[in-house]
Design a protein around this ligand. Structure first.
Ligand code: NAP
Length: 540
């Protein structure tokens, strides 16, 4: 592969600097290198993989089907990589991403242990100067942050949290060395997608496990299974149609919509249908459910009643079952987790559920956690309390744009973006996979953004331009779309998607409520018009 501007692997000048070696950063690097740009990727960890590098906690795995999550840019890669399970565990995904980096010769373009602490736009030279905590600096025409929406750990503001003398972990900073939990008294705080994966993975080995739940969520079975030879052969033989289906899918899944509404069925048919949905894989609970499930509250409540019946059927203690059944939101009111053995684990004598709504945390002590009903002592506390979602990583990079404008100031009331990719006042800067992305199978949606960014950079090169900036009016149009369609979002105005879980963060919707259709529409509109006003010397 020939580079347009040959630089040493860690050269201090590059066409493109990318930050973050996660699933999207590796994809963006692959595109840049393949198109002949000199490119350098800075990664804060000492390995590649992003989410799949950091989240080494017990039970961590996909909840999108493995083969729909991986890269589709190389059929050769598809043919040679065998996913072992429908929903692969973290170590396998980390291996996959390392394989991709090596197969496509990307490793020489990656600088590890490089946490970006500053990125400053030089208006005169039309370049970014990006610096890392260890004093490394690189200048580049383009800066691309693929830092992810779920990368900055969130710890709750609980009195005494630092006083605990046992071991504490956040799942996204789980140690590389094995953690021996055998015979330990363990607390897991939080029952989001992470907490409900950890619990069942460790319940069998620990002496005792207490799950601290603030909000119950509608967790349903992941229904994972090994990929046997027959399915493997089917996947290999069908790369092109599978890719075409995923490229056309709104959510980035292969699931087929039900094609019927709740109102089309009798009560008996609904129960039968819900049984099929309950037994379907992962997100198919949403995408293959009744077409009107999310917006017909009667239909949604019926599905919730069905799930509540399932929970009561699995959990032997009725009081525990009651606590596990959400009463404050319908399905997809919060991001639903997908689980294996989660409800079943509460039938073990060594597992207890504490509802923090009934007995809130008073404080963490040196030996345990005190709630309003007393002190429980632990050897280990796992803070599965989520992330500073969406903008967290980007706002910690010291980004300074045109005229000294900091990204933190520009986003003081919440992110302002164009397509969740660019921000006015920050020329030559892109952040695919950042705030205002869709909820769905993220690599598929993110890839659209990566291709858009690569397309703009190629256009700049072809036209010998040095500067690109999204016009304010285009950013405003995207923000207006978000404000308008947010009203139809099923998500409640709490938790990560509104930044409400992060103390001091402004409450602002952090997803794209128009999803892929709106992204496609805006992208096509900009391309058809020739990106008026985006390039230096043009007016909008
Ligand atoms: P999360 O969904 O934000 O859940 C955090 C949990 O901690 C919630 O139960 C929350 O309760 C609780 N919590 C937060 N602050 C608390 C406090 N001060 N006191 C008590 N409890 C507190 O975070 P997550 O579980 O890490 O998941 C985040 C996202 O990561 C998911 O939405 C998903 O996109 C992704 N993920 C995916 C997978 C997968 O299977 N592929 C696995 C894990 C995570 P409240 O709900 O009441 O705030």
């Amino acid at each position: 592969m020939k580079l347009a501007v040959p630089v040493g692997p860690l050269g201090q000048q590059a066409d493109v600097v990318i930050v973050g070696a996660g699933i999207l950063g590796i994809n963006q690097l692959y595109r840049a290198v393949r198109a002949g740009y000199s490119a350098l990727l800075l990664e804060q960890g000492d390995g590649v993989g992003g989410t799949w590098y950091w989240n080494r906690y017990p039970g961590c795995r996909f909840d999108s089907e493995s083969y729909t999550y991986g890269y589709l840019f190389s059929e050769e890669l598809w043919q040679e990589w065998d996913w072992s399970e429908e929903f692969a565990p973290q170590p396998e995904t980390e291996r996959y991403l390392n394989r991709v980096v090596d197969k496509f010769g990307l490793r020489p373009h990656i600088r590890l242990n490089s946490r970006v602490s500053s990125a400053v736009w030089d208006a005169e030279g039309c370049q970014w100067t990006t610096g890392t905590e260890d004093g490394f600096q690189v200048r580049s025409r383009y800066l691309i942050a693929t830092t992810g929406v779920l990368s900055v750990p969130q710890y709750p503001d609980v009195p005494g949290r630092e006083d605990f003398r046992g071991a504490t972990y956040h799942p996204v900073r789980w140690p590389k060395e094995p953690v021996d939990l055998r015979g330990k008294r363990v607390a897991v705080i939080g029952t989001g997608s992470t907490g409900v994966q950890i619990g069942p993975a460790i319940a069998g080995e620990v002496e005792s496990l207490v799950m601290y739940q603030r909000s119950a969520t509608w967790a349903t079975p992941l229904n994972n299974h090994p990929i046997e030879a027959e399915q493997q052969a089917y996947l290999k033989a069908n790369f092109a149609p599978i890719k075409a289906a995923l490229d056309a899918s709104v959510g980035g899944f292969l699931h087929q919509p039900a094609g019927k509404k709740w109102t089309d069925d009798t009560p008996e048919q609904r129960q039968e249908f819900f049984e099929t949905v309950w037994n379907s894989p992962g997100f198919a609970k949403i995408s293959t459910n009744y077409d009107d499930l999310i917006f017909n509250t009667e239909a949604n409540a019926d599905w919730c009643a069905f799930m509540a019946g399932k929970i009561r059927g699995i959990v032997s203690d009725p009081a525990t079952a009651d606590k596990l059944i959400p009463t404050d939101h319908l399905y997809v009111g919060l991001r639903p987790p997908y689980v294996t053995g989660y409800y079943e684990m509460y039938n073990r004598p060594n597992v207890e559920l504490v509802s923090l709504r009934e007995s809130p945390i008073v404080k963490v002590t040196e030996t345990g956690i005190e709630t309003s009903d007393g002190l429980r002592e632990f050897d280990v506390i796992i803070w599965a309390t989520g992330f500073d979602f969406g903008s967290g990583a980007m706002l910690r990079m010291g980004i300074v744009g045109e005229g000294g404008l900091t990204l933190n100031d520009y986003w003081a009331d919440g992110p302002l973006t164009y397509l969740g990719i660019m921000a006015h006042g920050f020329p030559n800067f892109f952040f695919p996979g950042g705030p205002h992305g869709a909820a769905g199978n993220n690599p598929r949606y993110g890839e659209l953004q990566i291709l858009f960014v690569q397309g703009l950079i190629d256009r700049m090169r072809a036209r010998a331009r040095a500067r690109i900036e999204v016009p304010k009016a285009d950013e405003q149009a995207w923000m207006d779309m978000i404000a308008q369609l947010e009203a139809y979002s099923p998500f409640q105005k709490r938790g990560q998607y509104y930044g409400v879980n992060t103390p001091g963060k402004p409450q602002a919707y952090l997803l794209n409520p128009g999803g892929r259709p709106k992204l496609d529409e805006f992208m096509a509109k900009a391309a058809d018009a020739g990106y008026p006003g985006f390039f230096e010397g043009e007016t909008s």
